[in-house]
Design a protein around this ligand. Structure first.
Ligand code: SF4
Length: 384
């Protein structure tokens, strides 16, 4: 099982409670980005294109733990940037585990062997190693030779040390389904605990804008991959069966961005992990002050091709609770890979994209400069 029984039961009970309480919107996974600095510069990444002053910002241990308490999500995915560059990451992980949250630390693994001893194996903790395919595909995707081999070595060492280890894998246009299927076979043979898979989101700030998948290509790609692996059953995915069914074009889902609220160095990001259209100071402000209906496929141009797990896994989980038999059948029989696809959401009424990136960066730079000046003044006053 890609998700341990303890985790499946705890998260299942949590979701059941939210439904019984009649909550329309609830968080499932806190997306914590404690820094944007990275030691790689991948072609499809839209997360690290910031001035040094912003790349040097870190979320403190206190703020990270408070963010988890504030939203109450049972799972936390720590992304970035490269989280292992954050010096206080071991304390953040320890604190989140003490809060009994299931934590996934997403890493490119370049520092994993060096830093592994700072962490302890726990049923609450999983390394989620970034691997976008076999050696050739992954090294191309991260724009650096030798990263795949380093990641594989680190995975083997982490497994030998008793850690839970997943991979997170993003596919782009041009992915060969046969090679993707054989890559899944290879990683499962390494003794991995699970695979998290997603199509890439078309980040407006990513250096390579040519290789993002559109919805139709995504659906066909996943059908072509799953058909090579006993309709997906041959591999242990850490995602719900209905999310996989959605990827293969068998579900018409609207996203639930509030299921994966995002906290980063700017604050709580609106509306989701993938696009930053504004920032709230508190989780309550994010939930109450976001016009959720103005986002999502069919509502907003930037959402048109999105099928990313951070946006749609929450929808699939909700559907699983509404239709447990359907979810069970997909788990048992595998994902449908032939025949008609489910109708997709029409895009003719979506509002045009707004480009607000530079405003956030300017606001953040003004704040950083003001804080720096205030600290310098304090230092001067103390010295006099
Ligand atoms: S579809 Fe939803 S999850 Fe995807 S970018 Fe739009 S708001 Fe975010």
């Amino acid at each position: 099982m890609a998700v341990p029984l303890r985790q499946a039961m705890r998260v299942g009970a949590y979701v059941m409670k939210q439904h019984l309480l009649g909550r329309k919107r609830y968080p499932l996974v806190l997306m914590l980005e404690p820094l944007f600095r990275c030691n790689l510069a991948c072609a499809g990444c839209g997360k690290i294109d910031y001035p040094d002053e912003i790349l040097n910002q870190r979320i403190s241990v206190k703020d990270a733990l408070q963010a988890a308490e504030e939203c109450g999500a049972p799972m936390v995915s720590i992304a970035g940037g490269e989280p292992l560059l954050h010096r206080e990451m071991p304390q953040i992980i320890e604190g989140l585990i003490a809060q009994k949250r299931f934590v996934y630390l997403c890493t490119n693994a370049l520092l994993l062997e060096k830093k592994m001893d700072q962490y302890k194996p726990s049923p609450y903790f999983t390394w989620s190693v970034h691997l976008d395919g076999s050696k050739e595909e992954h090294d191309k995707s991260v724009c650096q030779q030798g990263v795949y081999e380093k990641a594989v070595e680190a995975i083997k060492r982490a497994k030998a040390a008793g850690f839970r280890v997943n991979i997170n894998c993003t596919f782009f246009d041009g992915t060969d389904p046969a090679r993707a299927a054989s890559f899944f076979d290879d990683v499962m043979a390494m003794g991995l605990d699970g695979i998290t898979v997603s199509p890439g989101y078309a980040y407006e700030r990513a250096p390579d804008q040519q290789h993002f998948l559109n919805r139709q290509k995504t659906r066909q790609l996943f059908r072509d991959i799953f058909r090579r692996g006993d309709k997906g059953k041959r591999w242990q995915f850490s995602q719900s069966s209905l999310f996989l069914n959605f990827l293969a074009g068998n579900e018409t889902y609207a996203c639930t961005p509030w299921a994966n609220p995002t906290r980063n160095v700017f604050g709580w990001q609106r509306p989701c992990y993938l696009i930053g259209e504004g920032y709230a100071k508190t989780y309550a402000e994010l939930m109450d002050g976001t016009d959720w209906d103005s986002y999502g496929v069919g509502n907003y141009e930037k959402c048109a091709d999105c099928m990313v797990h951070s946006g749609f896994e929450g929808t699939a989980v909700k559907d699983t609770f509404k239709h447990p038999l359907k979810a069970l059948m997909v788990s048992l029989k595998g994902v449908k890979v032939d025949g008609d696809m489910a109708p997709d959401i029409a895009l003719d009424k979506q509002r045009p994209a707004e480009f607000v990136f530079s405003r956030h960066v300017e606001d953040a730079m003004t704040q950083i400069k003001a804080e720096k000046a205030a600290n310098q003044n304090k230092g001067r006053a103390a010295a006099e």
